[in-house]
Structure formats: C-alpha cells, structure tokens
Design a protein around this ligand. Structure first.
Ligand code: ZN
Length: 257
C-alpha cells in the first residue's frame, strides 16, 4: 500500500475473521493463513477496522453456519465490550430489528439498516492490496474499484453491475488463476489473469456467501480499459452482452406510456 519499510507481517484477510480453536473445540479454521509484509502504520492502525469487518461480515443472513457461529461467539464477545449505540454508529445506520421467516416455519429476528459502506470499502481495498501482493509478489500501483455483492443498492446500475460481474467470473473460467484459500468456509478468492487492457479482476468470498468483486486498474494500463464504465457513469444507455445474456445500464424510462 505504501513505500515504507516493512517491519512486520500482517494477515490477509485479518486474523480475527477466522474462528479460534478455543471456540471451535479443536476444528482448525486457521490453517496456512496468508501474511504479507507491512509497515507499522498500515498494520497497527487498522486493528479496530479488523473488528469492524468481522462484525460486518460474519452476521450476514446468507452467511454459512461458520459465519453465524463466529458472530455468536467472537462477535458477541466483541459487542459486549461496546456501548449500546455501537452498531447504530459504526456498523448499521438507521438500525432496526425485523423478522424474516426461517426454514422451520418460525421467524428469525434480524438487524436491518444501512451498512457503513465507506469503511467497508476501505477494509476490502486493504485486503485487495494484500492479496495482490501475495499472488503476484509485487506492490500494486494504480486504482482499485470494488463492488460489494451482498449489499442491496438503491442505484439500479450498481445492482446490474453486481449481476454482470458475478456472471463474468462464472463465464470466464479460462482466465481464472485458481480458487485459493486454505480455509474456504471462512474465506477464499480467485484472481483473473490481466485482460488485453491490463485490467485484473478479483473475486473474494467470506463465509461462503459474502462476495466482493475488485478491478485492479494498473497505472500503466492502456485506454480505453474502462470505456464501458465511462459510458455507464456518464449516464449513456448502454447494453453489454456477456454470453447469452444482456446487461442493460441507464435504462430509458418512458413515463408517457
Ligand atoms: Zn504501509
């Protein structure tokens, strides 16, 4: 992330995302964890970010049982040390409780609110830098863009972009550098080889379901690497074809109909 001298190594993703042996009664979810060199600033400064990320990801409704388990053990211990308004302030704004049907015909109490997207993106980008360093053995210099798959956006373009990126990773298996991660119930990832424009894709999956997609736009990548993105951001009605499917951005609404 920076050019300072590395003084330690840090875990990617953060160690606290992985259940501890004392909770799992011996099942090891901390096998062969990834570490990368880090400077003091980028390692120690983010300790509260690590906890934030753990609380944001482990309790998602669609997380696998390991995520739920981690939320109920380590997550709850962390929350007990916080003020009552910690969730509202730091994790979910406009926090309220709701009920959703569960599989046994009963209801489950869930938290509803607006995620702290700025902080979530910061944490996820930090992980992306670390994974890049681990995979390619060099520092990434350029711009990283993130789309968080498990957030429901009000913006229709972002919703379409999520589906588009998911499909792209499914279809372009040939580009895949392999699914990696020694504890896949907690975390795994896959990189795509650079495309013709030098753009690299990354998919990360936490607790079996919480996905995030990244584009690494190298400082030396050639234009027009993001022509499609520029059209979409500029508000132009754009249709991108992927396999048999079409993804439509900036749909024209005809109110006169
Ligand atoms: Zn640093």
């Amino acid at each position: 992330m920076c050019s300072k001298v590395a003084t330690s190594r840090e875990h990617v993703p953060p160690l606290c995302l992985f259940p501890e042996n004392k909770d799992t009664k011996g099942i090891d979810f901390r096998k062969n964890l990834i570490t990368v060199p880090s400077c003091d600033l980028h390692n120690s400064k983010k300790s509260t970010d690590d906890e934030f990320l753990m609380l944001s990801l482990s309790g998602l409704i669609k997380s696998n049982p390991i995520g739920t388990f981690h939320q109920l053990t380590k997550g709850n211990r962390a929350l007990r040390r916080k003020n009552k308004d910690f969730i509202e302030k730091e994790i979910l704004r406009n926090h309220r409780y709701g009920k959703i049907p569960s599989t046994n015909g009963k209801f489950r109490i869930v938290s509803i609110g607006n995620p702290n997207i700025e902080r979530l993106l910061k944490c996820l980008k930090h992980i992306a830098y670390g994974l890049f360093r681990h995979e390619f053995d060099r520092k990434f210099v350029g711009e990283i863009r993130v789309i968080v798959e498990f957030i429901e956006y009000n913006d229709e373009n972002r919703q379409t972009l999520k589906k588009f990126l998911k499909r792209r990773f499914e279809l372009e298996e040939i580009l895949n550098l392999g699914v990696k991660g020694a504890n896949p119930e907690v975390f795994f990832y896959e990189f795509h080889k650079p495309d013709n424009y030098g753009l690299i894709g990354l998919r990360t999956v936490f607790y079996g379901a919480a996905e995030a997609y990244f584009s690494f736009i190298d400082e030396n990548s050639k234009e027009p690497f993001n022509l499609g993105m520029k059209l979409i951001e500029g508000g132009t009605h754009t249709i991108i074809q992927l396999g048999e499917e079409e993804f439509e951005f900036n749909k024209i609404c005809d109110n006169k109909k």
